[in-house]
Design a binder for this molecule. Structure first.
Ligand code: ME8
Length: 527
């Protein structure tokens, strides 16, 4: 994509039945890295996240805690979900709650529009429901229970019993969209990514789509159906709409309409557990309303614990602060983005985190920065020398830097975040090798090699600046410090990716504390 284009990225909006774990944090960080990268490309970027607050799951959590659902949601948003933004150093532009008035009124408008257009009808319905998924389960996702649920039918994801619901509901004519959806997947092969996710959705839709129940009458914690207030809108129908209500869909106001046209369509980043909602139901809803479908839907894999999806309901959730309190938010961001192929499952381990932290961040990057800066101080009194004639070894560094910019950008546009970081890390490794080969401490011993020493350190500082620019989306705190220490002009986050090689500085280096201090082993794995 050309720089300056609109880039609207969304995370799922998370249920406030409980506090966040590192699975939620993983998605948030991925969205944030993409948003920061696109901002640095000069794209017209908007990053939306938020919370999903209606439905039975939240209502039951509230009841169990003797408060109203709204009180419960307020408490969780204030005490847990908003603080997560700080914990992870997220740069979101907006935070939507499905209990926001702006959202609820626009959901009603949307549902009314579909009803007026003839896409909604009323019928009697009976099916097995999973409150954990907030979904009527198809036969393919129902399994026999074990242990305490022996003899019962349970949800394949949550391993908890399903509830038989029988209600008079409103239905959305999802089945009418099968052909249009298949045509969409065919015409736009990158609409669903990665390709394994796309293939799964295509075969699912080919087997046929059933109409979708979109209202409930047995409880009232939701958005009221405008023409029949005994019904509340099905929580997923309500939640998916956040992506358009947050940017002004349905508002009469001219400015809101312009904002919607400017931002939409979005790139949705979701976990693979909720792919079908985003790649099947959501585009069909948009088609029915005459709106453009999303730009793409990217389904990432699961963080696994003991080979199973880490989850709150199975009590395998790890709080993000358990990691950030010890290693810091940059390390959290780096580790999960680098160690796991984005789009595949990955297992978290304290040992792996600690090993990568020390080898890659502390020794690889942090040490490189402190050594180069210390040498500029020691040999040139803090003034960055000017490079003289370049030798092949210097040219090789510049060539690696050029390749890193191009490859990192291409991978990031393709949402291959791990590959993008790996491309940048080639420059970290090259610079470390460069210092070892050129041996500035030997060059410093003789006046005859003073100019050569200057060229080597100038090239190294130049490389550090390029790294600060390229790594800022992943390591915002460390690169801010590094940028200040090498005298970079302005804020590093404002420097364009395209200017990563030709960045400007004051010509002086300053103090730099250890970017990634060693973490004592006994602290690691405290949980
Ligand atoms: O599904 N590994 O909310 P939710 C990786 N409210 N990512 C994980 C994960 C794991 N083990 N566990 C959770 C909902 N996630 C709905 C979404 S959107 C209109 C409505 C992440 O609180 C992943 O992104 O259950 C997953 O899709 C999301 O959290 C589910 O969060």
């Amino acid at each position: 994509m050309a720089s300056g284009d609109s880039f609207y990225v969304t995370s799922p909006i998370f249920y406030v039945n409980d506090v966040p774990h590192i699975g939620h944090a993983y998605t948030e960080v991925a969205c944030d890295v993409l948003a920061r990268w696109h901002r640095q490309r000069g794209d017209d970027t908007w990053f939306l996240t938020g919370t999903d607050e209606h439905g039975q799951k939240i209502m039951r959590s509230a009841l169990a805690n003797n408060v109203t659902p709204k009180e419960w949601a307020d408490r969780l948003v204030t005490d847990a979900w908003k603080p997560l933004l700080e914990t992870l150093d997220l740069s979101n532009d907006d935070f939507i709650r499905t209990t926001d008035e702006r959202h609820e009124s626009r959901v009603q408008q949307f549902v009314q529009r579909l009803n007026d257009a003839g896409f909604i009808y009323e019928a009697e319905f009976e099916a097995l429901y999973c409150v954990g998924c907030e979904e009527f389960k198809p036969d393919s996702e129902i399994v026999d229970g074990t242990g305490p649920y022996e003899g019962e039918k349970v949800c394949a994801i949550h391993s908890k019993p399903l509830e038989l619901l029988q209600e008079q509901n409103y239905f959305f004519k999802l089945s009418e969209f099968q052909d249009r959806l298949l045509a969409l997947y065919e015409e736009r092969p990158d609409f669903i990514q990665p390709s394994s996710a796309r293939n799964e959705v295509v075969s699912f839709v080919r087997t046929g789509l059933k109409d979708l129940s979109i209202s409930r009458t047995t409880f009232d914690w939701g958005v009221k159906v405008p023409w029949d207030p005994d019904h509340v809108v099905y929580v997923w129908f309500d939640a998916l709409l956040n992506y358009v209500t947050a940017i002004g869909y349905g508002d009469e106001d001219e400015a809101a309409r312009e904002n919607f046209d400017r931002r939409w369509p979005a790139t949705h980043i979701v976990g693979k557990d909720i792919l079908r909602f985003h790649a099947v139901i959501w585009p069909a809803m948009l088609m029915a309303a005459g709106l453009e479908v999303p730009r793409r839907v990217f389904a990432h894999g699961w963080l696994l614990v003991g080979g199973e999806k880490m989850s709150k309901s199975k009590l395998t959730g790890i709080a993000p602060t358990e990691i950030t309190d010890v290693f810091g938010s940059d390390a959290f961001r780096y580790y999960f983005m680098r160690a796991i192929h984005f789009g595949q499952d990955g297992s978290f381990s304290w040992e792996d985190l600690s090993a990568r932290y020390h080898a890659e961040l502390a020794n690889g990057f942090g040490n490189l920065a402190s050594r180069v800066i210390a040498m500029v101080k020691k040999y040139f009194d803090g003034e960055v020398p000017t490079a003289g004639a370049l030798e092949a070894v210097d040219e090789a560094v510049l060539e690696t830097a050029r390749t890193a910019v191009a490859d990192a950008d291409a991978a990031m546009l393709d949402i291959q975040i791990h590959d993008s970081i790996a491309s940048i890390w080639k420059l970290v490794d090259e610079l470390n090798g460069y210092i070892t080969t050129t041996e500035p401490w030997v060059l410093a011993k003789s006046d005859d090699t003073r100019e050569r020493l200057g060229t080597v350190l100038a090239t190294a500082v130049q490389g550090l600046g390029t790294l600060a620019v390229l790594l800022h989306p992943v390591l915002p705190k460390a690169t801010d410090k590094l940028w200040a220490a090498i005298g970079g002009e302005g804020a590093v986050g404002d420097v364009r990716v395209a200017d990563a090689l030709a960045w400007r500085g004051s010509g002086r280096v300053g103090a730099l504390e250890a970017l990634f201090p060693r973490v004592e082993q006994e602290v690691v794995g405290a949980s």
